[in-house]
Ligand binder design. Structure first.
Ligand code: ARG
Length: 403
């Protein structure tokens, strides 16, 4: 084992990373610096500081990354309307490159030659962390204790915790908690009973959305303002990116919006089942598509839709800092120059529906599309020729096929 002077650990203060902290100190006998990111996971972060201090950590970093997360990661991704496998809004995937970026920054600042993370050997997150570190600082060594130690199960993990007097958290029901990853964009829950996709997820899995059945019987009408593809206001009130997403999470959560029960294909090769709650993100996706519907040219919109699955897969697979993601981003960002205006939505029992949209840069022409008499010159004979030419090869084929 190479001798390391200092390791920067991505530390949540939860059970796994508390054990990892202990294990790193014992295994490498070197200083461990902890880095805890506030991504709006809705948890007090001071306990993480106290726990790290109790474990003898001298350099404890707790950084509020909420604005950077939403402004530089969530919103750019939203400009693409990114969904993995048609449904997943990528809430965990998009947080990893940001955490990795700061891990690398701190490692450089404190002169550490290694960073460590608590992602397991079966998941996507290890790949995302490490590809990001590779892209940002290839000189850094990455330590992934879950792949190195001989703890092989959660059971053994609990035993290790007990042996080292590390407090084991339990959920409100006194049971071992699910594997949860939360931030301002979503809450993801995996493990335990959810590992059987044939089982219905129990109610207590849901953390930040009400069951649509219990949502208010009265719909709520709300408006989102966009500027160049990014949401900037809610009900006419300008907000910073993180404040805006927080506001929409509250609204969406109350109306049961953004629940998803999904079996997905992990990059590493297996299928997994998880429950996602993305209230604000779900509202934003509907609203963004709404404003794009009147401001984007058809071919531009369709091209965006073609590259979207590829772009989403790059983020899912951990290639945020790869050149092809940056190339696609440039294309997507360019498309957003006129994506400004206001979208009104109705939130009601689990759904966020666009009910009106308006933009100073709209391409929509009522005069052109109207069923009534129109001032704009539109020669109906042109449509006849248009159809005749488009039908030319179909008529040829039909004649040959003897239809
Ligand atoms: N499957 C999701 C993804 O790969 C979430 C992973 C983290 N979630 C968790 N509950 N551990 O993006």
């Amino acid at each position: 084992m190479t001798k390391l002077e200092k390791i920067v650990l991505s530390y949540s203060g939860g059970l796994d990373t508390s054990i990892i902290l202990k294990w790193l100190q014992e295994t490498y006998g070197c200083e461990v610096v902890t880095f805890t990111a506030d991504l709006g996971q809705g948890e007090e972060l001071e306990p993480a500081r106290a726990k790290a201090a109790m474990s003898g950590v001298k350099d404890i970093r707790i950084v509020d990354l909420r604005e950077e997360f939403v402004r530089d990661f969530v919103f750019p991704m939203l400009r693409a309307n990114a969904l993995y496998e048609g449904q997943y809004l990528l809430g965990s995937s998009i947080a990893r490159p940001l955490i990795a970026k700061h891990l690398v920054g701190i490692a450089r600042e404190v002169g550490a030659h290694a960073v460590a993370h608590g992602a397991t050997g079966k998941g996507n997150d290890q790949v995302r962390f490490e590809l990001a570190v590779n892209a940002l600082d290839p000189s850094l060594k990455v330590i992934a204790p879950w792949r190195q130690w001989n703890i092989r199960s959660r059971m053994q993990l609990l035993e290790y915790a007990e042996k080292h007097r590390i407090p084991v958290p339990s959920d409100k029901r006194g049971e071992a908690p699910f594997s949860i990853d939360a931030n301002l964009l979503h809450t993801s829950t995996e493990g335990k009973i959810l590992e059987n996709p044939a089982e219905v997820a129990p109610d207590h899995v849901y953390q930040r959305t009400v069951d649509p059945v219990d949502a208010p019987d009265r719909p709520e009408i709300m408006t989102i303002g966009f500027e160049r593809g990014d949401p900037v206001s809610v009900n006419g009130k300008s907000m910073t990116p993180a404040a805006l997403l927080t506001e929409l999470n509250g609204l969406g959560g109350r109306h049961g919006i953004g629940r998803l029960d999904l079996v997905e294909n992990r990059f590493i090769g297996m299928k997994s089942r998880g429950i996602y709650e993305t209230p604000g993100g779900t509202i934003l996706l509907a609203a963004h598509r709404g404003i794009e519907s009147i401001t984007l040219d058809r071919a531009a919109a369709h091209l965006k839709d073609e590259i979207m699955p590829r772009y989403a897969e790059l983020i899912y697979n951990g290639f945020w800092f790869a050149p092809e993601r940056e190339m696609l981003q440039a294309l997507i960002d360019h498309s957003q120059a006129f994506v400004s205006g206001e979208v009104t939505l109705r939130l009601y029992k689990g759904s966020a529906s666009v009910i009106s949209r308006a933009s100073p840069c709209s391409l929509y022409s009522a005069d052109l599309v109207t069923f009534e008499e129109s001032a704009i010159a539109f020669d109906h004979h042109d449509a006849e020729g248009f159809i005749r030419l488009n039908g030319l090869r179909l008529r040829s084929s039909a004649a040959r096929n003897g239809r």
